[in-house]
Design a protein around this ligand. Structure first.
Ligand SMILES: [Zn+2]
Length: 190
């Protein structure tokens, strides 16, 4: 079976006992394999190899109404800034014209959000919609059920958090956390 997952440089993929290090990956002295590029990780069980396929050239640009995926770079009281990773509209992948996007506190959800630090943490992966674009960058919104955090990491030990019956929990240290979650959160445990 072949499973696919979007990964970032430095992201842990597997141990060398599980999968050998393929294209766009590297291994460390402890035999752990990491991604060295943004792309889709292919875990090839037949060859026992993991590789990262980089994104192919995409022509159409992302604009207002496009959905983006971004990594939280920093969190302020009234806005967060995302490093944009990919964009799409109606399933078609688009070219990003900006490397970052900002999300204002008023555009997070219909509910009153007091402090963004309670809903987003650095390193989280967020799905958002472009609602404004200008020469300085893009403005984003997460005001829809499928928008918000799709992957989050434990603020204590950095393990990926699992979603257990609506609650985010670290399987490694047991920490419970909250986020502005997307209905498409990646690691759901029922
Ligand atoms: Zn933890």
């Amino acid at each position: 079976m072949l499973s696919k997952k979007l990964v970032f440089p430095g992201e842990f993929l597997a141990t060398e006992e599980e999968y050998s290090s393929g294209v766009n990956t590297f291994s460390d002295s402890e035999g752990r394999v990491f991604a060295d590029s943004v792309g889709i990780a292919d875990f090839d069980d037949a060859k026992r190899e993991v590789l990262v396929s980089k994104k192919s050239r995409i022509v159409k640009p992302a604009g207002i109404g496009s959905t983006v995926l971004g990594k939280v770079m920093f969190v302020k009281d009234n806005m967060i800034v995302l490093e944009l990773v990919e964009a799409e509209k109606n399933g078609e992948e688009l070219r990003l014209l900006h490397s970052t996007g900002s999300l204002m506190v008023s555009r997070v959800s219909n509910f009153f959000v007091k402090r963004l630090r309670d809903d987003f943490k650095i390193g989280d992966l967020v799905k958002a919609r472009i609602i404004e674009a200008n020469t300085y960058g893009v403005e984003l919104s997460t005001n829809a059920p499928n928008l918000g955090v799709v992957r989050a990491y434990c603020s204590k030990c950095r393990q990926e958090l699992g979603l257990f019956a609506g609650s985010l929990k670290c399987t490694s240290c047991g920490s419970l956390e909250r986020r502005k979650l997307s209905s498409e959160y990646s690691l759901k445990k029922s």
